[in-house]
Write a protein that binds this ligand. Sequence first.
Ligand code: HEM
Length: 411
Amino acid sequence: MVLQTCVYDFPRPNLSMAYKIVIGNGLVFAEGEEHKLQRKLLTPAFSYAHVKKFVPVFMSKTKKVMNQFDKIVETGPTVFKVFPYFSRLTLDAIGEASFGVDLNSIEEKNSELVRAYDKISNAGEKFFPFYMFAFLPGWKYIPTAYNKEVHHARKIFSETCKNVLKEKKDKVNSTGIVRGKDGIYNGPNRDILSILLGNSDWSAEEVENQMMTFLFAGHETTAGAIAWALLTLAKHVDVQKKMRDEVRAAIPGGVEDIKTAEQIESLKYVNNVTRELLRCNPPVISTLRQASRDVIIDGETIYKGTNVNVSLKALNYSKKLWGADAHEFNPDRWDGRQADNAYAYMTFLQGTRSCIGKRFAEIEFKCILASFVARYVFEESVDNQPINRQFIVTVRPTDGLPLKVSKISGW
Ligand code: HEM
């Protein structure tokens, strides 16, 4: 009920609203009728038919990072921090898929725009000044050093959005692009922004809020998912080998030959491992809601103001839902089956506010993982490598995730 029938009676609590000030009122933070409308307008951009066209984007970013890995491991197995590479890969992928803009954080780590984005998305790391946004309505106007930095970052992001928007509108006007039957832009650059432009009459500020939202919601989550996936695979080299064998047999020509979602979807074992990795390592482990009125669920009254913690990871690990081996990493559990209960697999949440980018993320995740595992072996940097993580909206490694990486020739 909290996630479906009474979803709008359980908005996010005030605490989460600090993010709304920084990120903007896009899909993640909109509530009620506004959320319903935004979701309806944005859904076509995230259909499977559309997101599978982003495979070339995912692959071009993947290849860039693989070139960097090739150089690092040129002289043999090397231990290095892998997380920053995947964080930049997923940032560039979402940047290009959302705006049609190459943020180029993979090669140019310190651009002003990437720094601005980092500032905004990591604003919550400084607990005190950040959460003041939620509790003191006028706080954002006080010119503290922290507030100035956040405003400056937001301004840089905002200017880029305006330029991109103008460029796209000009292109549309000069090429006479029209909406297709499905309401989707028939433009040559069918990134998410192009679709938004064709599908709605949103103002520049509204579009900017959605763009910031996609970067925020789509970047850290996928980067975290890949990081934890690699650590799990480093602890299960047998699974890695089976994946590698499958990818190499199905796509013998190497990474250059991965061009379509169909190729990736045909990798049965990679698909099973992906589901299991995402079940065992959800980058969002829980989400908070607060009852905005008294609601009766199963005869129990949930009083107005009650906080509800929906623990996604607990459901993913529930023995009642998954059986006695729920806590074990076992890709074969997915052989020929889906989760028996829709609310058992909660990595992307379920219901009205489930992840709109689920299909996008799954394909991206598989493109990246299949390619890297086919070419490299990932091993723990020390025996029983500890899991050093921090939880700020998503769970991410605090140590950059050092892993031992070696290249296997022939792919
Ligand atoms: C492995 C990667 C991802 C995971 C695990 C994930 C997980 C989630 C979860 C758990 C939620 C619900 C959060 C809450 O209500 O507190 C969510 C919402 C959302 N996600 Fe994702 N996500 C991923 C990737 C993406 C990508 C790539 C995009 C965009 C391209 C995206 C866009 C969104 C948006 C816009 C929402 C808000 C939906 C709404 O409230 O209607 N996510 N995601």
